[in-house]
Write a new protein. Structure first.
Length: 172
C-alpha cells in the first residue's frame, strides 16, 4: 500500500479551485449572500451620514469606485444607463466612493460627468469591509430588496446580465 499523499490529485484540486475563483471574479457571480447593512453609515456629498439600511426594500445596483480609477470613470455612462432605465422602477443606483476620495473630488466628478444617481462616500471603509471586503475598484454589486448579493463583479460589469437581473428583480 502506498501511504504517501497523492500530491498530483491535490494539485489538480487546488488549481481547479483557483481557476473557478478566477472565472467567477472575471465573469461575475451570483451568490445570494446577505450583506449586513444595519448600523452601517456612510456620508453623502454634503458630509451628512446616510444609513445603508435605507437601501433595503428595493433592489440596488452599487459600484465601489474612485475618481482616480480609469475603469471606474469608464463605468459611469453604464451606471447612468442603469439609473435611466431602472430608477423609475424603484432600483437604487449608487456610486460608493472609496475612503481616499475627497468630497471635493467627488463633487467635481459628479458635476463634470453629470451623474444623476446617488453618490456616497465610504469615509471609514466600513461599507467596503461589509461587502467583502472590497479592495479593488470598480467592484459592482446587485442586491435584492432584502440585501442579498445577487451579482458581484470586479472590473466592468456584464451589462446584459445586470439588465436581465434587475428586470427580473423589478418584475417580481
Amino acid at each position: 500500500m502506498n501511504a504517501e499523499p497523492n500530491f498530483s490529485a491535490q494539485r489538480r484540486l487546488l488549481i481547479g479551485g483557483a481557476a473557478l475563483g478566477l472565472f467567477s471574479a472575471l465573469t461575475g457571480c451570483s451568490t445570494e449572500t446577505p450583506v449586513n447593512l444595519s448600523g452601517l453609515a456612510v456620508q453623502n456629498l454634503d458630509g451628512k451620514p446616510v444609513e445603508l439600511s435605507s437601501l433595503l426594500g428595493k433592489p440596488t445596483a452599487i459600484t465601489f469606485w474612485a475618481t482616480t480609477c480609469p475603469g471606474c470613470v469608464e463605468e459611469i455612462p453604464h451606471m447612468i444607463a442603469l439609473y435611466d432605465k431602472f430608477s423609475a422602477k424603484g432600483v437604487n443606483v449608487v456610486g460608493m466612493a472609496m475612503s481616499y476620495d475627497s468630497l471635493n473630488q467627488l463633487k467635481a466628478m459628479v458635476s463634470e460627468k453629470k451623474i444623476p444617481y446617488t453618490v456616497l462616500q465610504d469615509k471609514t471603509g466600513a461599507a467596503a469591509a461589509a461587502f467583502g471586503p472590497v479592495r479593488l475598484t470598480p467592484t459592482f454589486f446587485v442586491l435584492d430588496a432584502k440585501g442579498n448579493i445577487r451579482y458581484q463583479k470586479i472590473g466592468p460589469f456584464d451589462k446584459t446580465r445586470v439588465d436581465q437581473l434587475l428586470t427580473a428583480l423589478t418584475s417580481s
